[in-house]
Design a protein around this ligand. Structure first.
Ligand SMILES: Cc1ncc(COP(=O)(O)O)c(C=O)c1O
Length: 219
């Protein structure tokens, strides 16, 4: 269990989160999605136990990993995940880069909603694809998708892929069902693939889901 009321001192010399704002006292560092809560004892104990074995060779996740994953998605979302369809990656951005390379061609257009966690746009540009940006708009106190702008840019640039983020970093939005359906409709109509970065969902795993439009094309 995490004690959410416990304040921990993260302002240590090796702490990158604070190092980047060194010397500015009236700023709270929120530039990186990095926890201000102590890691739960259960996690620390499991890591210590593993570390104490003293052998750090290559390893593979065993069946208990698949079981935890499948059971979580079933219990939380009623979704039957076939573990054979899950590809384990050492990092989310790497998974996104591989999806870009596997599912689009050089010079294809890929759209993101900005502001967005920086490495994603860089992964698009770095793979020689055309980065198309639809800016989120601030309405009241929250960011929203400008659907007219999104659809216009998709058509004008013949966009092949949307890299989506839900919950969104840094907008802090969990997109509503209506918003998700609208995004899905536009992608479906325009035969686009959706790669969805869900690293900030309730289980530390990124779901890279490929939209039905791709499955339709394949069938
Ligand atoms: C939206 C988003 N995607 C990915 C990452 C990190 O991905 P990686 O596993 O490649 O470090 C972050 C980290 O803050 C993030 O906010």
């Amino acid at each position: 269990m995490i004690n959410f009321d416990e304040l921990i001192d993260r302002n240590t010399p090796e702490d990158l989160k604070h190092a980047r704002i060194k010397g500015i006292n009236d700023l709270i560092p929120m530039w990186v999605a990095d926890m201000d809560f102590r890691t739960p004892d259960e996690v620390v104990d499991a890591l210590v136990e593993q570390a104490k074995r003293g052998v750090y060779g290559y390893s593979e996740a065993d069946e208990s990993y698949d079981h935890a994953l499948v059971s979580w998605y079933k219990r939380r979302y009623g979704w039957d995940v076939d573990p054979k369809t899950v590809l384990k990656m050492p990092g989310v951005v790497l998974g996104i880069s591989d999806s870009i390379n596997a599912l689009t061609k050089v010079n294809d257009s890929i759209l993101i909603f900005e502001p967005l966690y920086g490495p994603i746009g860089r992964a698009v540009k770095g793979s020689g694809r055309n980065l198309v940006i639809s800016d989120l708009v601030m309405k009241g106190s929250r960011y929203e998708i400008d659907f007219d702008d999104f659809e216009k840019k998709v058509r004008e640039n013949d966009v092949k892929m949307l890299i989506f983020c839900n919950p969104h970093n840094p907008a802090g939005r969990v997109w509503t069902r209506e918003e998700l359906l609208k995004v899905g409709d536009i992608c479906l109509k325009n035969h686009m693939i959706i790669v969805s970065d869900e690293i900030h969902a309730d289980f530390y795993i990124a779901v890279i889901s490929i939209s039905r439009s791709l499955l339709c094309q394949k069938n």
